[in-house]
Design a protein around this ligand. Sequence first.
Ligand code: NAP
Ligand code: F7E
Length: 337
Amino acid sequence: MPKCAVITGVTGQDGSYLAEFLVKRGYRVVGVIRRASGPNLSRIEHLQDQIDLRPADLLDQLSIVRLLDEVKPDEVYNLAAMSFVPTSWEQPVLTGDINSQGVTRVLEAIRQVNPKVRFYQASSSEMFGKVREVPQTEVTPFYPRSPYGVSKVFGHYMTVNYRESFGIFGCSGILFNHESPRRGLEFVTRKVSNGVARIKRGLSNKLALGTLDAKRDWGFAGDYIRAIWLMLQQDRPDDYVIASGVTHSVRDLVEVAFSHAGLNWQEHVVVDPKFHRPAEVDLLVGDATKAHRELGWAPEVDFEALVKMMVDADLDRLGPRQPVSSTSTAGVLDTRG
Ligand code: NAP
Ligand code: F7E
């Protein structure tokens, strides 16, 4: 019998990579989709005949119980979330309902339907926020700086608590930022790669960003989902930091992305205070020694290769250069992020 995995958040960046990975390993993959008024499956279009898509919502307890009852999975990967940090200040209650109580709902469904199901929770380096030590490990105290970070601390500790209280095989992966050509357009890496491609193709001339000083430990999503899977294959459940161990500023990101396309970033990037956050996370850098040692995990794609991959993908997507007239006033790219 092939193993069966349920993935919440299958339409998102990580869900799509994890679904591909598990299909290749012979899993029966059940992806959870919530109702949308239009098509929302662009990241998993190529997998649609290889995975089973079922409706459920992290806001609806009964839909999760019904799903687990019908599907009888061996593993549940809870990747669904309201994942964009700035939106969490605009919609803090919804953020908590999905990212915090959503985790409780899935854990309760597992407890009720089959406590032997293995559970993965998508925790985040945003939990470290105003960092208490450098680099951050599994024992670094949390100090979240946004409603998103706070909501993820709740989900993390519920996972730990259901493991300790009820013996659920629950793992929390504390993943640092990971990106790909499938990243949402509002996140800074994709905003930059897409902005560079638009400028290169003559569709725009400026890119408006927030702080260039913030530092992140960026990796490739395709590498990080391997770590997620490995966590659920161990003899006992535990929590792991997954990170590259190298940090770069947004300025570094911009420099690598623009120069890869033969552009000078200083001629195009403008700082717009509207993208500044009410409270910023200034520096993140993770220490994944435990994951290296116990999971045998290591990333394969470094920062420069990641940024170039994303710029190349956006250049390919936009196609050949658009003709620009000498009087063109191609505007500032001003996406929501
Ligand atoms: P993403 O691209 O934003 O995907 C989020 C997914 O959650 C989408 O499939 C979305 O469905 C789904 N979702 C949102 N609300 C839901 C609800 N109420 N019920 C069911 N599904 C819902 O996020 P990602 O980058 O792949 O990240 C995956 C997970 O890892 C998230 O939990 C995120 O917080 C966490 N994480 C991400 C990173 C990172 O750097 N990427 C780092 C650490 C942790 P729709 O398509 O219907 O909107
Ligand atoms: O911002 C700065 C911004 O939105 C990164 C999510 O996946 O990773 C992600 O959260 C940095 C911040 O990601 C712009 O202020 C500057 O310092 O790409 P981001 P994030 O907030 O780190 C964590 C681990 C998660 O768990 C989250 O789900 O870049 N920045 N200028 C900007 N950021 C955006 N979005 N847009 C800008 O114009």
